[in-house]
Each structure stands twice: as structure tokens, then as C-alpha cells.
Ligand binder design. Sequence first.
Ligand SMILES: Nc1ncnc2c1ncn2[C@@H]1O[C@H](COP(=O)(O)OP(=O)(O)O)[C@@H](O)[C@H]1O
Ligand SMILES: [Mg+2]
Length: 267
Amino acid sequence: MKDCRLGNLIEIKGVTHAYKTKAGPFPVLRDLDISIPEGSFCAVVGPSGCGKSTLTRLIAGLMFPDEGEVWLHGERVTSPRKTVGMAFQNPVLLEWRTILQNVILPLEIVAPRMPRREKEARARELLALVGLEGNENKRPSELSGGMRQRASLCRSLVHKPDVLILDEPFGALDAFTREDLWQTMHELRVKEPVTAVLITHDLRESVYLGDQVVVLSGRPATTQYVMDIPLPGPRPLDMIYTPESVERLAILRKQIQIAQGRTEGDA
Ligand SMILES: Nc1ncnc2c1ncn2[C@@H]1O[C@H](COP(=O)(O)OP(=O)(O)O)[C@@H](O)[C@H]1O
Ligand SMILES: [Mg+2]
């Protein structure tokens, strides 16, 4: 089944989902709609516990919604996707593998027949792009938090996924390291174009990295507000301090307050 609407690589249509718990259904998402054009970054913000990580699992095909549809590249998601790369707040690198071996891991799963040399070349290329050249043979514990997160980003991109899912990947880093990584993300986008969903609780991050920012309501989350940020190309870090950005941040902050004040009862 092919979707006729080309252009949007990720299409989330009327998605409603509840977890089945002993106490009965626990509604998490309700009639959620998000459209993400190919090659663009969609930042998703919303109150803690509203269903953001659930949304990433639905996009990756690790779970399926009770109602509504998730489409990737004109195909309905009905099984786990190999064409998705994921990175999380905790980089979960394997300590018994070197950084290079950690980055190669997804290729061992999705491209087992690719020659080892090619796998290593691909991993080295990405590690160089994020400034980790020379660290290939180190163990994860020998790297700083920021470096580990860079390695984790390489691992999520190594198999050239169509879709990159970033679930608060910079959340645990200090402010300066985080800003460095934001800039790295823009540089990576130029060299490794990908369609991305970035879950974050940092509004500045959403404005700096997002081509659109989607604000989810409180649980059960629905699409409360969508802001387009039509500024193509890598953005200078100063962009966060322009009057336009300050205005955008004020609007988003207000939207988050609305989302936080909302309860299931008055939905
Ligand atoms: N497997 C599960 N079973 C039951 N409830 C869950 C499960 N996973 C998450 N939840 C609950 O669903 C809600 C949304 O979770 P999550 O998507 O992780 O939120 P977020 O990422 O926005 O913080 C939370 O209240 C969480 O406790
Ligand atoms: Mg989460």
C-alpha cells in the first residue's frame, strides 16, 4: 500500500494509543498528527510523561498504535524498521567493544555481508565528521560524556537510516558540551542528510535544531501547536539570541505552560 502524498517522509495520522495495564487502559496518545518532510528535523517538546518516547517507538515500528497510522516513505509501518537510527539520553555503548566496534554494531545487524573493511571505513568516516578521529580504539569509559554521545550519534547513522530518532540525546550533558553537539548536528546534516525526530525538553535546542517544533499537550498527548522555522542550512549558534528566536521561545514557553496545565479530565 503506497501513500499518494509524496514529500512527507514521516506521516503520523490520528494516532491514539493506550498502554494495557493491570488497572486498565492507560491512554498516552490521542489523535496525534505530525507530518515531517524528507530531510527535515522535527523537534518534539511536551510535558514529562506525555508520551514522547512512546511516539518514537511507534515511528520505529517497535509498537503499533491502537488507532491511526504511522507512515514512513509512503509505506505504513507494520513491523520494526531497519531504516531507522536511534540515539538516547544514555548512549549505552558496550564497554567490551572499542568505539569503532561500537559504531559498527548496526552494520553487523543490517548489513552482515558487508566486508569488514567497508564497515570500518564507514565508521571511521563518521567518527571523523564528529571530531572523534584518533579515538577509534578507545573504550567507552575512556571518553567524556560529550564524546560518548558523539559516538552514539555515529552509531545511529552508520547504516544510513532514512529516519533518525533522537530521544533527548543531549539532555544529560553540560550546557557548553550540549551547544557544541548542537553545532555538530548542523554539520552532520550537511554531510549526512537524514529526516529526524528530535525529542527534547530544551526549547532553545528545539528552536536551534528544528525546522518545525511540535508541542504536545499533556497526556494523553495530542498535537497542540506546530511552529515552522524556515531557516535552511546550518545555523550559527548566535541564532538562538536573535529577536525572532526570542519571540519564538516566548511562544513555545507559553505553549508548554498550557500543555502542563492541562489534565486528562478537561481534555
Ligand atoms: N510499557 C508501558 N506500560 C505502561 N505505561 C507506560 C509504559 N511505557 C510508558 N508508560 C507510561 O506512559 C506515559 C508516557 O511515557 P513516555 O512515552 O515514556 O513519556 P515521555 O517520553 O513523554 O516522558 C508515562 O506516564 C509512562 O509512565
Ligand atoms: Mg521520554
